[in-house]
Design a protein around this ligand. Structure first.
Ligand code: DAH
Length: 338
């Protein structure tokens, strides 16, 4: 019996040596360690042994089983290691990886995010309104007479049923006051549309940022302080901000804002950047009529409003010479701002 077991062990170790693949290892396992394998057969012979012979035979059986099992395991892992090495042979693991292209925010989105953050610090909430508007919210409520050039067929996209693409975000002023009780302190960024010839400084769809502050005793000084703060935060602390008298139908007085940038190596010049003014009492009166109450009584409330173009701001901040770059989605251009 002991001899037989020794022979099985010796046979097994010789048989294992040349094996090279999983299938032959499995055949080997079945032949030696399987239920009908040689060790099991030898173990069956135990019952013919005398009581004295049994313990030694049992011990030898276990030793042989362990020896064959661990030789098989060692062989299997050696084969696996060789296969792994073969799989990466010829691959230079020190080469840099292939970069995965990442997206980035469009310059307009970056300017918008910064603007919102600055106005949020001043307590302005975000408001929205529809891009498809009616003449009341776009013009009439904003004190813009029938014969105003902005209402011209040539300048505005009309649908022919009284609706139009809003020519400015100022319509959101009216919608916000219709929906909310005063005081109001909102900014309303969004698209505006005009039938402009597209060139280096004009698009027919562009982005504005509107602002409205209505409360008791809101003054021109509040307007100036707010917008000076905004433009300095946006363009740099030493930016000069200038207010010039202007005309808008919905504000009185109305002003235009210029900024003067002190960029290194460039001669500073004044650039028009926004329109603003004190909300015309006629606008508050229209809102009262539309609401059917006196909550926005112009005897009680005053306020200021402003509007600016986001493309213009982005072009100044990033030195973009042509507004059309902003809508062409050429990643060679856009990736400069990532
Ligand atoms: N809506 C004006 C435009 O599109 C910009 C503007 C001027 C908005 C003065 C205002 C304002 O709120 O007070 O040119």
């Amino acid at each position: 019996m002991l001899e037989e077991l020794a022979t099985i062990e010796a046979d097994a170790l010789i048989a294992l040596t040349p094996l090279e693949d999983e299938a032959s290892l499995e055949a080997f396992r079945i032949e030696y360690l399987g239920k009908k394998g040689r060790l099991t057969a030898a173990a069956a012979g135990m019952r013919h042994l005398s009581k004295e012979e049994k313990p030694a035979a049992g011990q030898k059986l276990n030793e042989v089983r362990t020896a064959i099992t661990s030789a098989l395991d060692a062989k299997a892992s050696a084969l696996q290691a060789a296969a792994d090495a073969a799989a990466v042979a010829g691959i230079d693991v020190t080469l840099p990886g292939t970069p995965i292209p990442t997206g980035a925010l469009h310059p307009i989105s970056q300017v918008l995010d910064r603007s919102i953050a600055i106005f949020r610090r001043l307590g302005f909430a975000l408001a929205t309104g529809p891009e498809i508007e009616d003449e009341f919210h776009c013009f009439d409520a904003l004190n813009t007479p029938e014969d105003h050039p902005a209402r011209n067929e040539k300048d505005t996209f009309y649908f022919g049923d009284g609706r139009l693409l809003r020519t400015h975000t100022s319509s959101v002023q009216v919608r916000t006051m219709e929906d909310q009780a005063p005081p109001v302190r909102i900014i309303a960024p969004g698209a505006a549309y005009r039938r402009d010839e597209i060139d280096a400084t004009h698009l027919s769809q562009f982005n504005q940022l509107e602002g409205l502050f209505i409360g008791e005793d809101v003054s021109l000084a509040d307007l100036k302080g707010t917008l000076e703060y905004f433009f300095r935060a946006m363009f740099g602390e030493d930016t000069e901000v200038r207010f010039r008298p202007h005309f808008f139908p919905f504000t009185e007085p109305s002003l235009e804002i210029d900024i003067k940038l002190h960029a290194a190596g460039k001669t500073a010049k004044w650039i028009e950047i926004a329109g603003c003014g004190m909300v015309d009492p006629a606008v508050l009166e229209q809102v009262c009529q539309s609401r059917g109450d006196r909550l926005y009584d112009p005897e009680k409330f005053t306020g200021f409003a402003f509007g600016m173009g986001l493309e213009r701001i982005a072009m100044i901040i990033y030195g973009i010479p042509d507004i059309r770059h902003l809508i062409e989605n050429d990643t060679r251009f856009l990736s400069q701002f990532s």
